[in-house]
Write a protein that binds this ligand. Structure first.
Ligand SMILES: NC(=O)c1ccc[n+]([C@@H]2O[C@H](COP(=O)([O-])OP(=O)(O)OC[C@H]3O[C@@H](n4cnc5c(N)ncnc54)[C@H](OP(=O)(O)O)[C@@H]3O)[C@@H](O)[C@H]2O)c1
Length: 291
């Protein structure tokens, strides 16, 4: 009985918090002139996040490996109303290169208000783990260690600006999903690192916010190409996802669940009914298309 009461009260608290945050809005004057670095912004959700900040008059720095795409994103940011827009080419598999990105952003923008850690790469394919250690190491470098390196280099600037760190996570960072071992490991690592850092900031009275975005399946070109024929769930729009991420960041929310009803109930029930949740999620995988 006490257990049921606890589950019901945590559901109620979660719903109240969701209602409170979903009724809050942001306005361009909250963002105008802010200095923003968005990683993995040549395409996908990162590109859309850069546009949302640009529309509200922020100074935007974008980064990824492909210069031509980044130049196009910069041009569009300027058309949308960015205070300024720049790009820096970097491969996040190299931690020195990641360090250079934070340094370059702080130099070009004259400080930093938002560090949006979004890139994803490292070559791990969607499929069964066959003992490929190279894939694990590469994913760990690109999808975990480079996030930490970018943060380490930007820390002083963020403490000075009392800024915000935004970290893109996934349902796979909260519940182990099959066929993506290296990806899950990196996302679980990020969840641990940044939830610890958030508590440190609070206890040290450092007014830097940490927003972790826990995302479901989003309709970016790369994600659909990678898993479109391997899962049966429907993908949510990247533009709406980016708008929700920016809103959560500006409101300094500790967490965002998007799409809320697709993700939050699973996360809430994870520890109470892990076998049930695992079995429920197993139904979404098209095993004939996964090797
Ligand atoms: N889409 C989904 O279904 C989904 C679900 C849950 C969570 N998420 C999370 O949301 C974030 C964005 O996902 P997305 O689908 O928008 O990704 P995406 O479309 O694949 O874009 C990835 C970005 O990262 C860059 N990138 C890849 N490897 C890189 C490297 N080694 N160094 C530097 N940049 C690199 C890519 O640009 P270049 O190729 O030009 O380098 C691109 O700009 C990720 O953190 C992902 O885990 C996505």
């Amino acid at each position: 009985m006490a257990g049921i009461k606890l589950v019901l009260s945590s559901l109620l608290i979660g719903l109240c918090a969701h209602y409170f945050y979903s009724t809050e809005t942001i306005t361009p004057d909250m963002v105008k002139g802010k200095k923003v670095l968005v990683t993995g912004s040549s395409t996908g959700i990162g590109e859309q996040i850069a546009y949302k900040f640009a529309e509200m008059g922020a100074h935007v720095m974008v980064t990824a490996r492909r210069a031509k795409q980044l130049q196009e994103v910069v041009n569009k940011c300027l058309q949308l109303g960015a205070g300024s827009a720049h790009y820096v080419v970097s491969d996040m598999g190299n931690l020195t290169s990641a360090k250079n990105v934070s340094e370059e952003a702080i130099k070009k923008l004259g400080g930093l208000d938002y560090l949006v850690l979004n890139h994803i790469g490292g070559g791990a394919s969607f499929g069964s783990f066959k003992g490929d250690m190279e894939a694990v190491l590469s994913s760990n470098n690109v999808n975990f260690l480079s996030y930490v390196q970018l943060t380490a280099t930007a820390l002083k600037a963020l403490l000075e600006s009392q800024g915000s760190i935004v970290v893109m996570s996934s349902l796979s960072g909260r519940i182990g999903a099959p066929f993506s071992t290296s990806y899950c490991a990196a996302k679980f690592g990020l969840e641990g690192f940044y939830s610890s850092l958030r508590r440190e900031f609070t206890l040290n009275k450092s007014n830097v916010s940490v927003t972790v975005a826990v995302l479901g399946y989003i309709d970016t070109e790369n994600a659909v190409r990678k898993v479109g024929d391997k899962v049966t769930m429907s993908a949510s729009p990247k533009e709406e996802c980016a708008a929700e991420v920016v809103k959560a960041a500006v409101l300094r929310q500790p967490e965002l669940f998007y799409p809320f009803w697709g993700i939050k109930p699973l996360v809430l029930l994870r520890d109470w009914a892990p076998t049930l949740i695992g079995k429920l999620l197993d139904n979404f995988f098209v095993l004939d298309n996964i090797h």
